[in-house]
Design a protein around this ligand. Sequence first.
Ligand code: NAD
Ligand code: GLY
Length: 364
Amino acid sequence: MKKLTLTIGRKDTVACDITIGYDIMDRVGLLLAKDYGKVKCVMLTDSHIASLYGEEITRRFHNMGLAVTMITVAAGEATKNMETALSVMKKLLELGADRTSVIIALGGGVIGDLAGFVASVFMRGISYIQIPTTLMAQVDSSIGGKTAVDLPEGKNLIGTFYQPQAIYIDLKFLETLPDKEMKNGLAEIIKSGIIEDIGLFNLLEAATKPIAERDRKILATIVEKACRVKKGIVEMDEREKGLRRILNFGHTLGHALEAESHYELSHGEAVSIGMVAAARISEKLYDLPSLDRERIEALIAAIGHPTRIPPSFATEGILGRLKMDKKRVGDTIHFVLIKKIGFPFVNGGIEENILRDVIEELRS
Ligand code: NAD
Ligand code: GLY
């Protein structure tokens, strides 16, 4: 098992430990029993994960001295809303939860965001634990304390910053993860390499085959490296006042494409095209070496994500979505760009004609 410690604030207060390993659920049960064996523990999960792992994890934890009660919600993004959050809180009350209770989030980013949000407001805040089961949640959403629910007007419009007590990453969960979800997570790992860790980027280039075969050793290495990148950025800028924005590399255009496709494009596919666009803008405006841009496109293609915008997408539609980006400041759409791989910066605003050119280029 590997352990990383996330610290926040000037006094380097430990926010939480991130433990990574294979088959660690018995040990997690023991550790949780030590801290929470005498309080009400509620595990929040979704319907897919409940049928795959619910019984097994409940039994393992029980054997280690931790009694957990499960709350199951429907799988999928549509669940991540205020109505579900309220229904979970009502169930917590029915189960006798109080201010000492703990919520264990067993699932992908939907469950992690929802559980974190509920934990942050229930009885003015109770403890929660992240046990992420998708690759995306393991390397990204479980780390950093962003919690959220969606509104009909847009995703993640209600939320809090609220750190979990601990994050336990069991790579064994990846064995049942569908390829599409694996690739969503790999897009975020590529992003981590591009913005912060050229060593990780080089490794991804060299290891596309074992990664596709889900080789245990390589997955453990890239997950740990990506977690280090996310942890390091969150430690420097928990509340996204500046530096944390670099985690949005590829996401500005990515979110616009996802919305324009009515979520037919997966998050990983949309962010992949967004990363290609950001690299092209960086090459045009900030002398990103062409070789770096080519390497980014080749790596994205090698993991099986698109590098071009589907021709059915209208340029004006994408530009319109970009103008509605929820992270814009006033009328300015900030893009995360790179000077070279590993050297990101936030641009002060890209002129519309440059964006239009790059979108047109990528549609051809
Ligand atoms: P998800 O939680 O919907 O999970 C994807 C699918 O995989 C679901 O059907 C789920 O049931 C299934 N699944 C999960 N683990 C599995 C496993 N081990 N085996 C088989 N199936 C499994 O999607 P996601 O991509 O994990 O998360 C997306 C959410 O994360 C979005 O709501 C997004 O807004 C949020 N997010 C949050 C942050 C943050 O910092 N908080 C960052 C990025 C994304
Ligand atoms: N995934 C973006 C962030 O955590 O800030």
